[in-house]
Design a binder for this molecule. Structure first.
Ligand SMILES: C[S@@+](CC[C@H](N)C(=O)[O-])C[C@H]1O[C@@H](n2cnc3c(N)ncnc32)[C@H](O)[C@@H]1O
Length: 252
């Protein structure tokens, strides 16, 4: 078994915004290139960091697919409440850069189900509210939408605070499906759902969990992810102050 490595040279995402997902940018690029998804659905987008990484690689690899982000853009118990500018900024960015294939659906995850055909989603990212029941509901309600080559990502598999329940559900899923888990960046679970997982993705899911190759893979993606956080340009003081004010206003 050979380790899997991020693309080299490791790329700094075009849009780096506040996100607990920051260090998974290199994996977002890798999975989009390896899977070449016809349809990506993200459940939980907030500032749009992970969605931006998926879209960036769709464009770079000239993949003729679509990407849908679903969120109320109102926040939740775990993400907190936030201001309207989170949505308007992201909508403007997506319109300016990815309008031909990306779409923001401002609604509840359950409401978006009706507009996505069964068996069409190649890449599903589950990153909404993180209580155990939420994650179970978000994944199981979207199962009918998954294609036979679908990969599902679960964020926060390593978080054991504030009643996060992803780690508990992840333990159940690991027993049932081919999976791989990154431990950095709060944990990211990668699950192969379809029976026709593309050859470029299958070796990741086949890595024995405690093997040297799995450890080397985790190390390589963690290092590339840490570089994103290190290289991140600190926004100017006025922008940080505005951000804090907007967050406060959003909470009222
Ligand atoms: C953890 S954040 C997403 C983080 C994002 N993926 C990133 O790259 O930083 C979770 C988001 O899910 C949204 N959310 C939670 N439950 C939802 C639901 N049932 N329907 C729609 N949006 C939901 C919240 O509004 C919040 O913006």
């Amino acid at each position: 078994m050979q380790p899997i490595y991020p693309q080299t040279p490791a790329l700094q995402p075009a849009r780096v915004v506040n996100s607990a997902w920051l260090e998974h940018g290199p994996f977002a690029f890798w999975i989009v290139e390896a899977l070449r998804p016809r349809l990506i659905v993200e459940l939980g987008t907030h500032n749009g960091y992970s969605f931006g990484c998926f879209c960036e690689q769709m464009q770079r690899s000239k993949i003729p697919g679509r990407a849908i982000a679903v969120d109320t853009w109102r926040g939740d118990e775990h993400a907190g409440a936030y201001s309207e500018t989170v949505y308007t900024k992201l909508a403007a960015y997506v319109a300016a850069n990815y309008a031909s294939f990306a779409e923001l659906k401002r609604m509840y995850f359950s409401e978006a189900l009706a507009s996505v055909a069964d068996g069409t989603v190649d890449l599903l990212h589950v990153d909404g509210r993180h209580f155990y029941d939420d994650v179970v509901e978000d994944f199981t309600s979207w199962i009918p939408k998954l294609s036979d080559r679908a990969v599902v990502l679960f964020h926060d598999t390593q978080v054991r605070e504030r009643d996060f329940g992803v780690y508990r559900y992840w333990a159940e899923l690991e027993a049932k499906y081919p999976t791989f888990e990154f431990h950095h960046g709060h944990g990211l679970g990668v699950l192969g759902y379809g029976s026709n997982i593309p050859a470029a993705v299958a070796p990741l899911l086949a890595l024995p969990k405690n093997s040297d190759a799995a450890a080397a893979t985790r190390r390589a993606f963690a290092e590339a992810g840490a570089a994103i956080a290190r290289n991140r340009k600190r926004p100017p003081l006025w922008e940080r102050t505005m951000g804090k004010l907007q967050k406060l206003v959003g909470r009222v």
